[in-house]
Design a protein around this ligand. Sequence first.
Ligand code: ADP
Length: 445
Amino acid sequence: NATDSSSAAAKSEAEGDNKAADDDDKAAQSLLNKLIRNNLVNNTNQVEVLQKDPNSPLYSVKSFEELRLKPQLLQGVYGMGFNRPSKIQETALPMMLAEPPQNLIAQSQSGTGKTAAFVLAMLSHVDPNNRYPQCLCVSPTYELALQTGKVIEQMGKHYPEVKLVYAIRGNKLQRGVKLQEQIVIGTPGTMLDWCSKFKFIDPKKIKVFVLDEADVMIATQGHQDQSIRIQRMLPKNCQMLLFSATFEETVWNFAQRIVPDPNIIKLKREEETLDTIKQYYVLCNCKEEKFQALCNIYGAITIAQAMIFCHTRKTAGWLAGELSREGHQVALLSGEMQVEQRAAVIERFRDGKEKVLVTTNVCARGIDVEQVSVVINFDLPVDKDGNPDNETYLHRIGRTGRFGKRGLAINMVDSKMSMNILNRIQEHFNKRIEKLDTDDLDEIE
Ligand code: ADP
């Protein structure tokens, strides 16, 4: 029957999206985050520090001046608009710049200032008079390496004697060449080849080794081994630095193989909460009714900007079309888009060029658009077994302490099954989700 086959189609399409979620790997997510990020994420948590030598004093700085940086670098830092060190930089920078150099493993969510920190450390440690590689930085992908390279260029803007080269596939050098650049940034495979097979780099002269995005790195076949092989060629007194946004057991094991005798810095991500969110649900029978309910809501309340989540690409595309026909300025974020295209869509939405962003979960995971006050779950978040996906629910509508502005979340329910899911979400968070009658919307404001 028609209903069955259409729901089967929806299911297989959703699976397509889940599959895309896996393919749309951590590296793409990380790149998206970097492309759309233009400042530090707020974090009110305290950093946890575990020192290699617990008796040595723990320095932390509140200003960049205290670090006694080269004037050219201080100029570079201020030129980027940084006024003071971020939370993680307060402790990480003095550790990385200390003499003798200290090893460091640092974990904090993306956007907390890790890249800026290790770039500053690399630039501080190189001797521009020596025309050979002194710092190696490995990143999981070509695109991520380029992003870090851009930060090196920006921060080193007033220090032009320091040069940078990319060890990435496609960057072919002539046999027998010896690199003159002080900083080499690239992916593990090419970096390894350049150190061993081609000998463009003399690993024994490396003073700083940075491994960025360790969690993304180990998700890629082969990267872990290649990184370890590079590390083994480096001198004992080379400073080893490793960064990661998350820290599961596997990441931790890898980190310990890359960084001997480490200092460890961790910054917990800010908890999200539903406390400042008014949650509602609307009962409907089909997607057309859900769309009608949405129109009624738009007719009744002023919505500056909203994000609408759908389960499948197909629904998202359909809904975006319907909303456009109603005269809304709609942005659509879809699984088949390139990371750069997605970043552009999110940026336009952030700039207020569109007022509604329709998306599937896959595309919007982990992005925060602070000014969005209304989130609509056109479809409730479920995992691949059809159980409520509480974590995703919280990510979509939850707010962190700092941005505790009041928000509104509206959930569309269109079957017994989705009512059941809603109830389970309500129980899980122990927060009431109130019924909303979209033919009588006085109560909502
Ligand atoms: P991570 O590597 O942890 O993702 P980044 O170093 O890329 O974080 O920093 C995130 C954003 O914050 C970037 O846009 C960066 O330019 C900016 N940033 C980093 N450090 C500071 C600082 N001390 N003050 C202001 N902005 C900063």
